[in-house]
Design a binder for this molecule. Sequence first.
Ligand code: NAD
Ligand code: MG
Length: 362
Amino acid sequence: MYKVLKELKVELGERSYPIIIGQGLLGNYDLTPWVAGNQVMIVTNETVGPRYLEQAVACFPGKCVDVVTLPDGEKYKDWQTLNLIFDRLLERQHSRQTTLVALGGGVVGDMAGFAAACYQRSVPFIQIPTTLLSQVDSSVGGKTGINHPLGKNMVGAFHQPNIVLIDTDSLSTLPAREVSAGLAEVIKYGLIRDESFLGWLEGNIDALRRLEPDALGEAIYRSCLCKAEVVAVDEREGGLRAILNLGHTFGHAIETYAGYGNWLHGEAVGTGMLMASDLSLREGMIGQKEHERAAALIHRAGLPERPPKGMSPEDFMSRMAVDKKNVDGRLRLVLMRSLGDAFVTADAAPQNLKDTLLEFTR
Ligand code: NAD
Ligand code: MG
């Protein structure tokens, strides 16, 4: 049987939905109350499907369940692959009452969610995230989409799921490097909004890397709670939601410099948060001790602490200039006033930014 460790709700009026966190949920938890009609289409990929598909199907007893298995990888988060979902839905004659289910990491979640937003002008969908990153971040908040050859996540829609089902057992097959990448986003929530969570993480980071269920349940719960609160205040990124991008401006520059796939997103965010912390220190916002606390946690999570060799300040600046947060050509960054209190600013002193970039590219 299963054990529910934690539950919470994302409050978005009539688009509100629950997040269930537990063990043994896959294969046992009945998701049929969250399905509108008789049809279900599970979207998964060639890595996750062989491991968890059978259990996912068992969550929909009595329903007519079809499956589409996508190739694995960020490079398939594109139109051609998205079309495979529509092909399958139409071949199998799925009506407007169908429910799409994302079984996989963030790539599958973003694509299945976008397909659900578009198919017959939108059908319901369910998230079953199977990476730590997708459990604490991408499955919550309703951003869906695909990449364009000229930019990541440039084509998409807001579409909230009906329910998010998080089975911590599914992380047992996740490579350690992916676990660390997910921990970067977990640490991010502490740094932007919750100093007490940072303290908790300092005591539990090793247990998390060992995938101890109770520690995972708590970390995922507090991360989802933080994201849910921010999203409830600012569903469409008019303001507050931008703080979720701590470390991401530097991080995106690293990801594009390295070439997508060479650095994991969370790894780039880890180094990016270190750089944002360094800049917050130079700006006189946080102190040396606070910076060192942030740095120690990022280190203990097993994340990289320097950008790729050869990357220059100019490599950063040219890539950061096209960030989505920028307004009217002014570079906007997420910095910390103190640990657990992030904000967006366009006023960082250019010399301090330069010094941070020099420090990390020496
Ligand atoms: P991913 O989906 O590529 O998964 C990482 C790897 O782990 C893949 O090879 C996947 O097949 C494999 N995998 C998944 N579950 C597994 C399991 N249980 N056991 C073994 N292997 C497993 O990457 P991700 O880090 O989960 O997500 C990254 C994507 O999420 C990016 O495309 C990013 O843009 C997107 N994202 C979206 C949001 C949002 O708000 N929508 C937020 C953050 C990130
Ligand atoms: Mg991120």
